[in-house]
Design a protein around this ligand. Structure first.
Ligand SMILES: [Zn+2]
Length: 92
């Protein structure tokens, strides 16, 4: 729920399934039952560095669709999402 229309604040998170790094609401990664943008269960905070290597393409796409162009981890490292998508775009 965004009263001012601003894009949501997102942060990299691990999920309970697999090793990929996903994105979830920055307020929720610690709350039980929090879900990632691709609807997996968030397990805990992850670093931007890990997102660069193991980031979930679907989460990045969802984030950009929501108007989020960059995300920050707990150490204030940044992921530029359009750049991530361009670098990881799967061959079709
Ligand atoms: Zn994901």
């Amino acid at each position: 729920m965004h009263s001012d229309g601003a894009p949501p604040l997102l942060t990299p998170v691990t999920s309970t399934q697999g090793t990929a790094i996903h994105l979830a609401g920055a307020r929720s990664p610690h709350s039980p039952g929090a879900t990632t943008l691709c609807h997996e269960m968030a397990a805990g905070p992850a670093s931007a560095q890990h997102f660069h290597r193991l980031g979930c393409f679907r989460c990045a796409q969802e984030a950009v669709a929501l108007g989020v162009l960059s995300v920050h981890d707990l150490h204030n490292a940044t992921v530029n999402l359009p750049r991530f998508l361009a670098a990881h775009r799967p061959a079709v």
